[in-house]
Design a protein around this ligand. Structure first.
Ligand SMILES: Nc1nc2c(c(=O)[nH]1)N[C@H]1C(S)=C(S)[C@@H](COP(=O)(O)OP(=O)(O)OC[C@H]3O[C@@H](n4cnc5c(=O)[nH]c(N)nc54)[C@H](O)[C@@H]3O)O[C@H]1N2
Ligand SMILES: Nc1nc2c(c(=O)[nH]1)N[C@H]1C(S)=C(S)[C@@H](COP(=O)(O)OP(=O)(O)OC[C@H]3O[C@@H](n4cnc5c(=O)[nH]c(N)nc54)[C@H](O)[C@@H]3O)O[C@H]1N2
Ligand code: SF4
Ligand SMILES: [Mo]
Length: 704
């Protein structure tokens, strides 16, 4: 231990941005702990951070380019050969079938990686394909719709001011397991308990008694997919009881009267049979929300990855606005990050976009330059002009993370060329012809370009790389940059652009200098724990990016989806079992199950069912059951628990590692099954095209 050195960095695994203190001897990690001097996280840490060491040391992690042989084996090849083959493969597909025949899928770790954030956009643009897909459309696309149409910029997403609110209404989020999402709030449990300590309330709406529900002052079960009805009933009550009060927002908000008219039919009594919450409880919730000194409604994946995600997310904003809890201390607010993505993109004329093109087969709309991932497989499987014949994945595992993953699994086998930029041979990348593995985690310098934009407090921090790349390894940005230059050919290669003239730290320095706090990278390097830039501050109407500079309470695109919601209201309330997901503190989507310390213990990939539903079916706790949907079936152990509401079952996502050719030894020994072999690519939030994972109809039967 006498050679022990100390390194400070920000954990880049989830959105929480925890500060870490890492003891190491120059080659090996000795310990990973929370950094008490980090001005944002104050020492908070979760079990995944220590697994950064496991990822670094993982013998299954790829460290050189791999080519799949005719026999289906893998052989290491040189970087030069690999780049040449990658470029040849991409060009072959596009020359034979047109530029659209090559698709791109970018997964979640892209947004946790400074290199991919800076260098994937020019690379992806250089492919000139409309077939761009990402994890956005299996996650938070409804949030971008709400931000774009109500506030004018797709990334101007309101963030709950958790540290000052007196009433937090959480719908469809479980921050105690997820550590917060579109609410970067390291140590979120402490922050929630602080609301209670200062006399405030936390109310949760969720079909499951989650870890967060156990902390909350009140918890309401809700039938999956009915949040938009609940929210309309709350808004109805505000109008009905004269509780609408926009405060200073009234001067720059359009559509208040129209919202009153729209909500008229959604009475608590009328929506109750669908939602499963008593009318009196809904009215009281609306009154408590309106009466609180400050209040904020916050919804996350439970309200976005569901059939009415676009409407629910819009109505959450509306509820905050109508009670004046928007852009106000303790309400929903907007960060002022040191690198201001909204500001930079707005200056470049990029606020977002909608419907400029559509998917070829189903006609789902483009948003922000991307198409919904639920359409990826059918675009590969349906022949005709524009059919996808080649794919590049960048840090994505869509076989496990997109609906009807089995169909995509199949579709990938038919591609003429597939390139994966990834660290593992997993369920998706096993289909690639070529894998280019980057450095990851502790080997990369990090500045969180994304999550400071969604954080509950303004801070900034730069983390240098802890370890140098192992012999011959390249970073994501170097791979993306080299691919782009080689694709462009010798003539363009000479024209030096911003990305060629600068290294990532230089780009960060430029962006910091033009940012609202006028920082320099040098300043951050001199402050390794990070710097505090203060609480969120009111910034409207100045930062509104809508054409008329006003908040649009009733945008046309959202209104266009109302007939579908009315139809739900008119239909008989649903019978049968509905499937939802479940996050665990020790999982990180699909890709961290190769860490022994994160998977040990009781198997977690089980289906949860209410005792009443189990009794009706004659099922016993612990037995293997078969869960069936329109698209497929899986077999897994049953857990009977009253922590889930009747008629709802829950399976966590990110499992299903038992497939042939997956090279993840630990994960394969804890394989589980994939919930997305049950979720349906044809069931989307029609407004946005976001996958509707929540509420898929399933049957559960005994199986020996
Ligand atoms: N049913 C259901 N499905 C879901 C969800 C759910 O709640 N329920 N959640 C959805 C959500 S919110 C999301 S964000 C998506 C995630 O969907 P994806 O992003 O497609 O899936 P991940 O599991 O995050 O896979 C990340 C991939 O990146 C690789 N990787 C890790 N680190 C690096 C790196 O530094 N560089 C590179 N190049 N590669 C790296 C991993 O090996 C892995 O292949 O899943 C969605 N799917
Ligand atoms: N440990 C861990 N942390 C993670 C991740 C992980 O995989 N593991 N993934 C990261 C990613 S990519 C993301 S996007 C975030 C997500 O962060 P969160 O949104 O907090 O994620 P979940 O824990 O899935 O919480 C969603 C909740 O919605 C509930 N729900 C399901 N359907 C409905 C519905 O129709 N209505 C309502 N009201 N509730 C519903 C579920 O029961 C669940 O409790 O987490 C991030 N953090
Ligand atoms: S909560 Fe997220 S950021 Fe914090 S240590 Fe865990 S994985 Fe890392
Ligand atoms: Mo996500």
């Amino acid at each position: 231990m006498n050679n022990s050195q100390t390194h400070y960095r920000t954990c880049n695994l989830c959105e929480a941005m925890c500060g870490l203190v890492i003891q190491h001897d120059g080659q090996r990690v000795l310990s990973i702990k929370g950094d008490k001097d980090d001005p944002f996280s104050h020492g908070h840490i979760c079990p995944k951070a220590t697994a950064l060491q496991d990822v670094y040391e993982d013998p299954d992690r790829l460290r050189q380019p791999m080519r799949r042989t005719a026999a289906g084996d893998w052989e290491p090849i040189s970087w030069d050969e690999a780049f040449a083959e990658a470029v040849a493969g991409i060009q072959r597909v596009q020359a034979a079938h047109g530029t659209a025949a090559l698709a791109v899928y970018q997964g979640n770790p892209n947004v946790h990686n400074t290199g991919t954030m800076l260098y994937s956009p020019p690379f992806v643009r250089s492919l000139r394909t409309p077939n761009r897909f990402s994890a956005t459309s299996v996650d938070q696309l409804p949030h971008h719709y709400a931000a774009y149409f109500m506030l004018g910029h797709q990334f101007l997403i309101p963030i709950p001011d958790i540290d000052h609110t007196q009433f937090m209404l959480i719908l469809g989020a479980n921050p105690l397991a997820s550590n917060g999402s579109l609410m970067t709030a390291a140590g979120v449990e402490t922050r929630l308990k602080a609301i209670q300590k200062r006399g405030g309330k936390v109310v949760l709406v969720d079909p499951r008694t989650t870890e967060t529900a156990e902390l909350a002052d009140a918890h309401h079960f809700i039938r999956p997919g009915t949040d938009a009805l609940l929210l309309f009933a709350l808004i109805h009550t505000l109008f009905d009881e004269g509780l609408v009060d926009l405060g200073r927002l009234a001067a720059f908000t359009s559509g208040v009267g129209q919202m009153g008219e729209l909500s008229a039919e959604f009475t608590p009594e009328r929506v109750a049979p669908h939602v499963g919450i008593a009318p009196a409880a809904m009215r009281q919730l609306a009154r408590d929300f309106a009466a609180a000194e400050s209040a904020v409604a916050y919804g996350r994946v439970g309200t976005s990855m569901q059939p009415f995600g676009g409407l629910a997310t819009w109505l959450i904003n509306a509820l905050n606005i109508l009670t004046g809890n928007f852009d106000r201390r303790g309400g929903a607010m907007f960060p002022t990050p040191a690198i201001d993505v909204v500001g930079i993109l707005t200056a470049l004329g990029n606020k977002g976009s909608h419907g400029r093109w559509r998917t070829r087969v189903r006609g789902l709309p483009e948003f922000g330059g991307e198409l919904p991932s639920s359409a990826l497989a059918e675009e590969m499987l349906t022949s005709g002009e524009g059919q996808i014949k080649g794919l590049v994945t960048i840090a994505g595992n869509p076989v496990l993370s997109t609906p009807n993953g089995r169909q995509l699994d199949e579709a990938l086998t038919g591609l003429e060329f597939m390139l994966a930029i990834d660290i593992y041979i997993n369920e998706t990348t096993r289909h690639a012809h070529l894998i280019l593995p980057p450095t990851t985690g502790l080997e990369n310098p990090h500045y969180d370009l994304v999550f400071h934009n969604f954080a509950v407090r303004n801070t900034a921090k730069y983390s240098p790389a802890l370890f140098p790349p192992q012999a011959g390894q390249l970073a994501d940005w170097q791979i993306l940059h080299e691919l782009r230059l080689r694709l462009a050919g010798p003539s363009k290669k000479r024209r030096r652009d911003l990305h060629q003239r600068n290294t990532p730290p230089q780009l960060l320095d430029l962006a910091l200098r033009v940012g609202p706090h006028k920082l320099k990278l040098r300043h951050l390097q001199a402050n390794p724990h990070g710097v505090d830039l203060g609480p969120l501050e009111p910034c409207l109407p100045e930062r509104l990016a809508t054409a008329d500079g006003r908040i649009q309470l009733c945008p046309e695109v959202q209104l266009g989806d109302l007939p579908r919601l009315r139809a739900l209201l008119d239909a008989p309330a649903e019978a049968g079992l509905r499937l939802i997901g479940r996050r665990d503190l020790r999982s990180n989507n699909s890709w961290m199950h190769n860490s022994q310390r994160l998977v040990k213990g009781k198997p977690r990939c089980t289906v949860w069912m209410h005792p009443q539903d189990a009794a009706e079916r004659g099922l016993a706790d612990g037995q293997t059951v078969r869960v069936r949907s329109r698209v497929g079936e899986v077999e897994l152990p049953l857990e009977i628990t009253a922590k889930i509401m009747p008629h709802v079952v829950s399976i966590p996502h990110g499992w299903g590692h038992g497939r042939k050719g997956v090279r993840l030894q630990v994960a394969q020994a804890h394989a589980g099954v994939s919930i997305n072999d049950l979720t349906d690519d044809q069931v989307v939030d029609v407004l946005t095209g976001n996958a509707a994972f929540s509420g898929v109809a399933v049957e559960v039967v005994g199986f020996e």
